[in-house]
Design a protein around this ligand. Structure first.
Ligand code: PGA
Length: 315
């Protein structure tokens, strides 16, 4: 088969976009070029790779096989490029990081200076919940993973690098706001809005309460920290969130952090990767950077003399 790299790139773009026009736009070529190249590719394969039904384009079985093969081919080519750049000692290439939802409050902030310092590094950041992060880890899709609850069933390296305290939040004017050492028994009388099942926050909170034989009444589940904060502010119930979720937008006039027995639940953020994975120079550089910078953020956010400085002072 005489297939060119360019035809594969065009095919991949058409398959992903479901459109010749969008693929042409994305790759800055004219649409007839795409059509001509796909025609030649089809001739080389010997079977149609797309079929058009109405205005929509679908992959044929041969097309699906080709798409799978190209994905593997591109990934392995990217690994080759990374290896070459590693051999040259260059800090350049793609960094793929998958992080759990709550890590979005500090990882992008840390990525800014990192990218400025290493302009040759391009970053792909996946922000998904804990379950999906674990799935990506199992499929070895990224260089590094950031999560609060590393999985037990996979062979992984886990390096704690930053505190991840969980706090109980309530509407600002809630009767427990300002009360010292609220008991878990009293807390259990409240209604709760919790993160969705599969979230690290939820897993950690459930573990904490089940160890203390306390059952919370969960009235609502939301998969979004921002929505939870607004639901709490609106009086729908109390919640348990990472202190990080209150950093950028503390909502100190709408939300109070309660002083509850056993809280904050002190946990860690972990940098995780599969055991045996050879980290690229780019990934190793980010790993070292994260550990170093985390110490700085840690001091800023969780100074030991003020366990919850960003909120207490402003209440
Ligand atoms: P989550 O994970 O955003 O999926 O809740 C956060 C954590 O593990 O603390």
């Amino acid at each position: 088969m005489r297939i060119t790299w360019n035809q594969l790139r065009l095919f991949e773009a058409v398959a992903r976009n479901g459109s010749f026009t969008r693929a042409a736009e994305e790759l800055h070529v004219v649409q007839p070029t795409v059509s001509a190249q796909i025609k030649q590719l089809t001739d080389s394969v010997g079977l149609p790779v797309f079929e058009q039904i109405g205005k929509k384009i679908y992959l044929t079985d041969a097309g699906k096989e080709l798409q799978k093969t190209i994905k593997e081919l591109f990934e392995s080519w990217e690994r080759f490029e990374m290896t070459i750049s590693d051999l040259k000692g260059a800090k350049a290439g793609r960094l793929r990081v998958a992080i759990v939802t709550t890590a979005k409050y500090f990882i992008p902030r840390l990525l800014g200076p990192f990218c400025q310092h290493y302009p040759g590094i391009n970053v792909s950041l996946e922000i998904v919940n804990r379950d999906q992060t674990v799935k990506r880890l199992g499929e070895n899709l990224d260089d590094l993973y950031i999560m609060g609850v590393p999985p037990e069933h996979l062979a992984i390296e886990r390096v704690p690098f930053l505190q991840n305290p969980l706090v109980v939040i309530a509407p600002k004017r809630h009767e427990l706001a300002g009360t010292k050492r609220v008991s878990l028994k009293r807390l259990a009388k409240e209604r709760f809005i919790m993160r969705e099942k599969g979230s690290g926050t939820r897993i950690a909170a459930e573990e904490f309460f089940s160890k203390r034989k306390t059952v919370l009444s969960v009235k609502m589940e939301l998969s979004n920290n921002e929505a939870i904060k607004w639901a709490v502010a609106g009086g729908m119930g109390l919640s348990i969130l990472s202190q990080h979720a209150l950093m950028l937008e503390p909502m100190h006039d709408k939300i109070a952090v309660l002083d509850v027995e056993g809280f904050p639940i002190i946990r860690s953020w972990y940098i995780v990767y599969p055991t045996g994975k050879q980290l690229s120079v780019v990934a190793a550089t980010f790993f070292a950077y994260l550990k170093e910078e985390a110490e700085m953020i840690q001091d800023e956010l969780f100074a030991p003399q003020h366990p919850q400085p960003p909120y207490k002072g402003r209440r």
